[in-house]
Ligand binder design. Structure first.
Ligand SMILES: [Zn+2]
Length: 124
């Protein structure tokens, strides 16, 4: 199997993935805690209520994104565990640069494929 990364780089990515995973799990926990206190909070007037529900829907959006990211992180970690992590784009097999992986260690696609997918989504 072709590999774009050496063992040391894979190890580096793994550390980043685990760090991100922890950060996201902490953030998700915090959102849940906030929501719990929100439901017990007594909201004085409509303004309070509007602000609270605005935060709430914003949180839901963040939560959704974070969960998605968590899935991708787990996906990458699983690949590392199985020794299948290559640092190659899952779509076109070209190299995802280490620079990109350092910023986004759970990236599955190279920049070209990523923007292709994003464009497709926008058109739909
Ligand atoms: Zn690609």
């Amino acid at each position: 199997m072709a590999k774009a990364l050496n063992e040391k780089q894979v190890e580096e990515i793994k550390v980043l993935l685990l760090e991100n995973k922890q950060k996201i799990e902490t953030a998700l926990r915090k959102i849940d805690e906030d929501h719990e206190s929100l439901s017990t909070m007594d909201l004085k007037d409509e303004g309070d209520f509007a602000a609270a529900s605005r935060d709430y829907s914003n949180d839901i959006h963040i939560k959704k994104q974070q969960k998605k990211e968590l899935e991708l992180i787990d996906h990458a970690l699983k690949k590392i565990e199985k020794g299948e992590y290559t640092g190659l784009c899952e779509m076109c097999d070209s190299e995802i640069t280490i620079k990109r992986l350092r910023v986004k260690p759970h990236a599955r696609y190279c920049i070209d494929c990523r923007s292709f997918i994003d464009n497709e989504k926008k058109e739909r």
